[in-house]
Design a binder for this molecule. Structure first.
Ligand code: INS
Length: 340
């Protein structure tokens, strides 16, 4: 069976997912597209050369021939679309964040809970990256003993004037918030932010770099550096320090130069390319799982909720510069229990 997708939001990532499903992945087709600006939706469909219906969101959600939606509108619009899609009985693949407010995430978790099975997958694609998967299997098999500390680095070459201090958490750190919790299988208890000296390359309203300390419920401490004007490229690192050894994310495969008495290797520049395989794998898995077992198995609404909860605590910590607690206001639905 082919999963018929409706796409809500045709910005850059929405168009990328449309292209993936049409040209690279198996088992899905883009059948309908909408955007707050319908002419942008039309342009995206024409560019790709596909036959997809273009109509307003309510009509797309009411169309019974659509099996699943991909929500790639801007963050504040996610909650309403996810809730409407669940109510219309459609599977949901929603880009991060699940919703921009904790209450919004709670409403989504509760709406899914009423149905009693998983309908939603959140686009935390790093869980599908081969390097992170290798890290997770080393930690899970226990040969290095228990994890004690994790060191994460998240650097972008440069950001524009629209990028704010809060976005360092909501747009950037949020990947580490999800993937680290998944890697060590432990939830966050408290977080702190520390601001180093500002780089001269940050615009006036932006604190850059920033360092976050996260303590899990069993006491693992994670340090996560976010530095979005590092100038030299896109650099993602992760090292897990355990009782009997350490394990780190492998370096990207790239050609090495030996020239003029120097030994050099290229640094990736574009995050879409660095995680291209992971983006493919997360959507292919969504298609396969919905088709085979009627339930997506990737990052759940609960995972999306906990990422937003931890992010909100980090934003509070940016302001207070002290420790802030991460306390869920609702409990984990039974049907996703144990799937950290
Ligand atoms: C992007 C994306 C990247 C991250 C950037 C962020 O939206 O999520 O992976 O490195 O900082 O702005």
């Amino acid at each position: 069976m082919t999963i018929r997708f409706g796409v809500i939001g045709t910005g850059a990532i929405g168009r990328e997912h449309m292209r993936r499903i049409t040209q690279k992945l198996l088992g899905g087709e883009i059948a309908a597209v909408t955007d707050i600006d319908l002419s942008a939706a039309r342009k995206a469909v024409e560019e790709l050369g596909i036959e997809a219906r273009i109509y307003p969101e309510e009509e797309l959600l009411a169309d019974r021939s659509i099996d699943a939606v991909i929500i790639t509108s801007w963050g504040p619009a996610h909650e309403a679309s996810v809730l409407a899609a669940i109510a219309a009985g459609k599977y949901v693949f929603v880009e991060k964040p699940l919703a921009t407010t904790i209450e919004g995430c709670e409403r989504i978790v509760q709406a899914e809970e009423k149905i009693g099975r998983r309908m939603v997958q959140v686009g935390y694609m790093r869980r599908y990256d081969r390097g992170y998967q290798a890290l997770k299997s080393v930690v899970a098999c226990g040969e290095l003993g228990s994890p004690l500390m994790v060191r994460c680095t998240h650097r972008n070459a440069a950001v524009d004037e629209r990028y704010t201090t809060e976005m360092a958490v909501l747009d950037t750190l949020v990947h580490e918030l999800d993937v680290t919790r998944w890697l060590v299988g432990d939830d966050y208890a408290e977080v702190q932010a520390v601001f180093p000296r500002r780089t001269k390359y940050a615009h006036e309203a932006l604190q850059d770099p920033q360092i976050f300390l996260l303590r899990t419920q069993t006491g693992i401490v994670i340090t996560a550096e976010v530095f979005v004007n590092c100038r030299y490229g896109y650099d993602i690192q992760c090292e897990i320090v355990c009782e009997e050894g350490t394990v780190s994310l492998p370096a990207e495969a790239s050609v090495e130069f030996k020239h003029d008495a120097l030994h050099k290797r290229a640094v990736p520049q574009d995050w879409k390319l660095r995680f291209a395989d992971a983006y493919d794998a997360e959507l292919q898995d969504f298609i396969n799982q919905v088709e085979r077992c009627n339930e997506p198995q990737g990052p759940s609404a609960w995972d999306g909720y906990l990422a937003t909860l931890a992010a909100e605590a980090c934003v509070r910590a940016q302001k207070s510069q002290g420790w802030e607690s991460v306390t869920p206001g609702i409990s984990q639905p039974k049907f996703i229990a144990g799937r950290v």
